[in-house]
Ligand binder design. Sequence first.
Ligand code: GAP
Length: 504
Amino acid sequence: LEKVAAIQFDRVIDIAKRRGIIFQSSEIYGGISGFFDFGPIGCLMKRKIVDSWREFFLTPEDRIYEMETCTIMPEQVLRASGHLKDFIDPATQCKGCNSIFRADNLIEESTGQFVEGMDPVELTRIISEKGVKCPKCGGELGPTRIFNLMLATNVGPVEGSIAYLRPETAQGIFVNFKNICGSTRAKLPFGVAQVGTSYRNEISPRQWLIRLREFRQMEIEMFINPKAEEPPQLRQFSHVKLPILTREAQAGGGQPIELSVEESLKVLPNKFLAYFMAKELLWYQQLGIPKGAIRFRHMNPNETPHYSKGNFDMEIRFDFGWKEIVGNAYRTDFDLKTHMANSGKDLTCLEGEEKVLPHVVEPSFGIDRTFYALLLYSYRDDGRGWEWFAFPPRIAPYLCAVFPLVSKDGLPERAEGIYKGLRSDFDATFDSSGSIGRRYARSDEIGIPYCITCDYQTLEDSTVTIRNRDDSSQVRTSVGDLPEVLGGLMRGDISFSAAGKPMK
Ligand code: GAP
């Protein structure tokens, strides 16, 4: 953890740009802050993160269906959901340079006082009493005003039909609840997931992928009978210890306490939350985030979202401090009830003879923040200018790269043949340009775990070398064994030294 705090994150941002992982959006025109694009390598990795999440969370036992809904929604939906009224942040404008800032963040940064959720009058008072000034020009700050975070647009050729870019993917699921129930005939508990883009007109976007205006979420809305005891699969995770930062600990500057899943049920507002929290902890560890860098923070009442009866958000320790990465909310029947009242449609479902309005437990994952954490915790450097990402093999953009040692004497053709043979079963890439050292460096920079090199010996005995990204060690193995060896390495069934004959 200490190493992570010391990482020069600018180095990571530089590689990410140079190697096609993340680009500033519309950069050639100067871009707008809070918008980033995934490059060719970033796109491959994002797909793998999402696939890994689907495999881990959207299991048939949990009956979690996936859907994809529109990103623009009519005003009625977001009025009913409470976003029009309550999805707000406090803003203050500098009287000198006119820059606009989030008032609560500014106070927290300059005084250390935690003020999220306080009303604007209070924030204005604190700014004046504590002498908080504009961080850009040192000027005086104006009164704090409330600012709605949704981005509005007009639909159709005639002005006046206001719609909003969705601030969360969840609403598309709630307004479809009747369709989902009717088409799947699913019985409670069941879930509906969505992976997609959400938009928030953040007052001051910053910290690279952390606070964006357009970002990507993976959300699960788990619909449950409010009388349900606990998720059927919960006991599978009874061995997991959850690091929970209680409200009392936060008030007293204390540390998280480790609670077993069983013990956590006493502090969580709903038992289904424990189930998802245990799985989140395991999944993020699989991505390479150490357990010590993960905690679940019980949000204080003034920062709990308007729709939630209690949030235990998963936070990760980043280079700049702790930050929420998964929102875990007990949304109760808040959303279905309001959409039922406002649309006039019956959104209950039948449980036996009884009509039930389901409650909702929601884990909401941010893809961009997950990506930031993955890059941060995978970044390595040897102190002599060699840098690489130790991505888990399943998340790396490619599992292996195939190289000819030199570009002559039939080696490129032989290497290409090997590459083509592997491509149908593995994510493999081929590179024949530049010296072999440069090719190793380039593949390390995008975290490819294994480089397969075809040399003169390959022409004689059909063996190749495999180089391990993490320590540059090499083994020699036969081309015929490559599929089995690579499969074993990817699954973690074999160690690298067992992948072939060690080389000096
Ligand atoms: N549907 C619930 C919901 O949206 P949230 O806590 O506001 O809850 C969930 O957001 C996750 O989405 C966050 O934990 C974070 O990872 C991501 N997220 C939210 N706002 C973001 C922003 N402005 N930029 C990047 N990611 C964001």
